[in-house]
Design a protein around this ligand. Structure first.
Ligand code: MN
Length: 204
């Protein structure tokens, strides 16, 4: 069964002024759709067509660049839309809030570290908050291109629970070269309920 482009969980203008509707329209309707279609084309008629995306990414080094780039693009954007919400922002409480404090010292320290990872990723890529594969601790990391921490090629491996797209296509229309402003704006729309859900699932 082919992978399907997921619908956005809100209207394209819902995240304004932090993320503008034109960027959302092109990013979802052109970029994410493109990754999805190219992933399907790359796996059609192969054993991968029957696998879950997480299984494909776990052994991505064996599958070639088309699967790595488009499989990553499919997965990463599917996560990205969900970890944002027009009702987002603020700070997480509960077990996730505690884990962030334990891992980074405070929520503000976490934000600094995440913003630094997003800002210092040269060229195109992603910043992540992950539950590490070994020891289940939280970590901040970044990956190039459409790689992610589920991939066997990643420096820091684990389950991504928050991700931020820092490709220019994600912010250039509104922010031009001001990537740090885009990263700060992102914190106003983070859907911590969804991140908490993913955290709980990753611990199992
Ligand atoms: Mn993107």
């Amino acid at each position: 069964m082919a992978f399907k482009l997921p619908k956005l969980p809100y209207d394209v203008e819902a995240l304004e002024p932090h993320i503008d509707s034109k960027t959302m329209t092109i990013h979802h309707g052109k970029h994410h759709a493109g990754y999805t279609n190219k992933l399907n084309a790359a796996i059609e008629g192969t054993p991968l067509a029957k696998k879950k995306i997480e299984e494909i990414l776990a052994k991505v080094s064996k599958h070639g660049d088309a699967v790595r780039n488009n499989g990553g693009g499919y997965y990463n954007h599917s996560l990205f839309w969900k970890v944002m919400s027009p009702d987002g922002g603020g700070e997480p409480g509960g077990k996730l809030g505690k884990a962030i404090n334990d891992s980074f010292g405070s929520f503000d320290k976490f934000k600094e570290k995440f913003a630094a990872a997003a800002g210092s990723r040269f060229g195109s890529g992603w910043a992540w908050l992950v539950v590490k594969k070994r020891g289940k601790k939280l970590a901040v990391t970044s990956t190039p291109n459409q790689d992610n921490p589920l991939m066997d090629v990643a420096d820091v491996k684990g389950t991504p629970i928050l991700g931020l797209d820092v490709w220019e296509h994600a912010y250039y229309l509104n922010y031009q070269n001001r990537r740090p402003d885009y990263v700060q704006a992102f914190f106003n729309v983070v859907n911590w309920k969804e991140v908490q859900k993913r955290y709980n699932a990753a611990l199992k």
